[in-house]
Design a protein around this ligand. Structure first.
Ligand code: HEM
Ligand code: HEM
Length: 212
């Protein structure tokens, strides 16, 4: 009989499924619905920051120290995954994230944060959000002679906005690419290891004999 091991604590599970929901909302509202989009984006950035803190203080399998391995371990794992017929040995080895899953987690966290930051820059250059100089401050500074707004500077600002828009769009789509790889990886390793990883992310439990 296999043991049930509690792997994903409530924070990791809440983080994951809320992120899936709000990320979808943010992605779909990018072209319009400014306010909904901005708030979805803030919420996502908040979730990621909390998850990073949880990566240091959370339960065993939530900690970065538990699932950040050497890149070689991730490559070896992937090689084995593609050639493996029966995943029992790996199943015994990795209870939390496998080495490839660990690196994918880090890549997703960084990519989503970078998407959010670039979104803040676009929003700021449009005069909104925390990175914007408010109209009042802007005219005070202008009156005090600290900044001179010439046509050239206005033009630079527009160019800056376009630049950050491109970056924001690129990062959002790059994150979506990572998500496809992530879901593909989850489904593949579920099949090879004969483990329902999606169910584990819902209930928190995995079946295993190992205690690593
Ligand atoms: C972190 C999750 C986020 C995702 C997945 C995301 C995704 C997107 C997407 C797909 C677009 C449409 C790009 C295009 O086709 O032109 C967009 C546009 C935009 N996003 Fe985000 N975004 C995120 C966060 C944010 C945040 C935090 C802000 C600022 C508060 C923001 C501000 C904007 C703005 C102002 C635009 C409009 C750009 C334009 O006028 O074309 N985004 N976003
Ligand atoms: C917006 C889409 C998604 C994003 C941004 C995302 C992001 C993430 C992140 C950051 C983790 C690491 C969890 C942690 O340690 O806190 C993770 C794990 C996981 N995700 Fe997703 N995910 C997405 C969609 C999905 C979907 C649709 C599924 C189901 C098919 C899924 C299944 C899983 C599973 C099973 C794990 C745990 C993997 C393991 O056992 O090592 N994810 N995801």
């Amino acid at each position: 009989m296999k043991n049930q091991i509690y792997v994903w604590d409530y924070m990791v599970r809440f983080f994951h499924w809320t992120l899936v929901l709000v990320f979808t909302i943010a992605y779909l509202t990018g072209e319009e619905l400014d306010l909904v989009h901005a708030y979805a984006g803030y919420y996502i950035m908040g979730l990621i920051v909390v998850r990073i803190i949880w990566g240091f203080i959370g339960s065993k399998y939530a900690r970065f120290s538990q699932f950040i391995t050497s890149p070689t371990a991730a490559i070896d794992y992937l090689k084995a995954l593609f050639t493996l017929k029966n995943g029992q040995e790996h199943e015994k080895k990795y209870i939390g994230h496998n080495p490839a899953g660990g690196w994918m987690t880090i890549a997703l966290l960084i990519s989503i944060l970078a998407t959010g930051y670039s979104g803040l820059k676009v929003y700021g250059l449009e005069g909104n959000g925390p990175l914007a100089v408010s109209t009042a401050e802007y005219s005070q500074v202008q009156q005090a002679g600290f900044i001179k707004v010439s046509d050239d500077e206005d033009h630079n600002n527009e160019q800056g906005e376009e630049f950050w828009e491109e970056i924001h769009e690129f990062l959002a789509n790059f994150t979506v690419l990572l998500i496809f790889l992530h879901v593909g990886g989850v489904l593949l390793s579920s099949r090879k290891h004969k483990q329902n990883l999606v169910k584990s992310m819902i209930t928190g439990y995995k079946e295993s004999k190992s205690d690593k």
